[in-house]
Design a protein around this ligand. Structure first.
Ligand code: OAD
Length: 257
């Protein structure tokens, strides 16, 4: 048996045995759906664009048209792709654990909404969501589908501009999402990091916090990350391949469209 296979079996056993799991995901879980990650040297958003020109309040104030067009493009991309087997596997695992009266808190840095479309029912969106926008003046939120994109930037009804409800560099994370994350990390006995480079705080430190609280740790990622050397089990590869294999190993069947 190859060491990759025995690591997969070990990960499956750890997941099956755990009473309280935290899964943290990043852009890598949506890569197989066709959405670009951020730090891929060829295709990543940040290899093509400067985040300071697109993902800060300063950038929005300086060029709201450019920033609005970029996020509208990303929203359109997210809406036009489908969840992949990794999303479905996570959704099915969350249901399985819930049916067994066990906990699985899914925390994502992604703003694309694909976990929910892949069957996850309760998702902590640490960096917000691209599907809801809010007025810069009043904070009033509206689903993006209700907005008209005849002009860029998009004027709000209250004399401001509409901006995505996502967290830009330099902004605070949503308080409730942070609180839920820290509570879940304090209570979990297994922490799984999937498809994230582990470079953006505070999410990058979650794995350490969970480890210090005594949780076991697993990483599933295409490439090595700063966390690869500190986890109990590191599985290198595509999450849309590895996660379904783990569910098969545990014996969880689930329909994928
Ligand atoms: P990154 O682009 O930094 O990292 C994506 C990770 O996914 C990399 O380590 C890849 O190796 C891995 N990966 C790629 N394809 C994969 C696959 N099919 N299966 C498994 N892993 C795969 O994206 P994030 O870690 O999500 O924030 O980035 C964190 C934050 O930085 C984002 O939320 C965003 C960004 O700037 C903001 O915009 C505020």
């Amino acid at each position: 048996m190859s060491s990759d296979h025995s690591n997969l079996t070990l990960a499956a056993e750890m997941i099956d045995d755990a009473q309280s799991i935290v899964i943290l995901t990043g852009a890598g879980v949506s890569a197989e759906s066709g959405l670009a990650t951020f730090r891929d040297p060829e295709e990543g958003h940040w290899s093509k664009y400067d985040p300071m020109e697109l993902a800060t309040v300063h950038a929005f104030n300086k060029d709201p048209e450019l920033v609005t067009r970029w996020y509208h493009w990303r929203f359109t991309r997210a809406r036009n792709v489908e969840p992949n087997p990794g999303h479905y596997a996570i959704g099915a695992l969350q249901k399985h654990k819930s049916n067994a009266d066990q906990a699985l808190t899914l925390i994502t840095q992604n703003v694309d909404g694909l976990h929910q479309r892949g069957g996850a029912s309760d998702v902590v969106e640490l960096h917000g969501t691209i599907h809801t926008w809010r007025c810069t003046k009043t904070g009033k939120q509206r689903p993006l589908t209700e907005l008209s994109f005849d002009t860029f930037p998009i004027p709000s009804d209250d004399g401001g501009l509409m901006r995505p409800c996502i967290v830009w560099f330099g902004e605070s994370l949503p308080e409730d999402a942070l609180q839920r994350s820290f509570q879940a990390m304090a209570e979990c006995d297994l922490f799984i990091s999937i498809g994230t480079s582990g470079t953006v705080e505070p999410a990058a430190s979650f794995i350490l916090a969970a480890k210090e609280n005594g949780a076991k740790t697993i990483e599933i990622n295409r490439d090595p990350t700063p966390n690869t050397g500190i986890v109990d089990v590191a599985l290198q590869g595509a999450s849309g391949v590895i996660l379904p294999q783990i569910l098969t190993e545990i014996g969880i069947e689930y329909p994928t469209p």
